[in-house]
Design a protein around this ligand. Sequence first.
Ligand SMILES: C[S@@+](CC[C@H](N)C(=O)[O-])C[C@H]1O[C@@H](n2cnc3c(N)ncnc32)[C@H](O)[C@@H]1O
Length: 212
Amino acid sequence: MNIINPLAERYIEQLTSVHDALLKQILEETNANHPHSHMLSGAVQGHFLKMISKMIHPVKVLEIGTFTGFSALCLAEGLQTHGEVHTIEVREDDAATAQKNFNISVHKDLIKLHVGDAKKIIPTLLQEWDLIFIDADKTSYIEYYELTLPLLKENGFILADNVLFHGQVFNENISGKNAKAIHEFNLHVAQDDRTEQVILSVRDGISIIRKV
Ligand SMILES: C[S@@+](CC[C@H](N)C(=O)[O-])C[C@H]1O[C@@H](n2cnc3c(N)ncnc32)[C@H](O)[C@@H]1O
């Protein structure tokens, strides 16, 4: 299901600022060559991530689900001078592509790529995060939220992607395991008095969650 009217989507895409040459290249290469290119954040959401990062001006950013590196590079745009983006990817091929992309970026020294299962890697990263982007396997969102929330600064933010899951979460009887998991996650956060959230209908739905 198209959550956003295609006309609105086209209008938004046309009038959202363009990305730099490297980010454009990653979008084009991933779309042309990757069998799962639909997993990319896309041009508009990439700008959304950049804007959030520039508004928060974070020192430490954690991303769960690197894919080809596009969103990590967007998140790096607002980093403070000695800030870092730590990003985790389980698939070695995608991690290698991401690292290749990071190596030719002006942000290359600020991005630390961790290869492996995020559930194992997160507890080893003993940092205080200003901003966390959850964008990996949907059935683990609650686990990622619970693992990272204690390490999120007070007034820090979590962004969670795909929270409308192609509109499947609107159904009275949700059938797919990913859609069910995402709906459970949305309920879990909505009922949690440690945080507040707003769900936005950007692309496939993105939540902004603030630790209060
Ligand atoms: C939706 S894609 C990420 C897209 C990327 N953030 C972007 O916007 O371009 C999800 C990624 O999470 C990775 N992933 C899935 N399960 C994971 C896990 N347990 N640990 C780390 N990465 C995982 C997948 O291999 C995939 O590359």
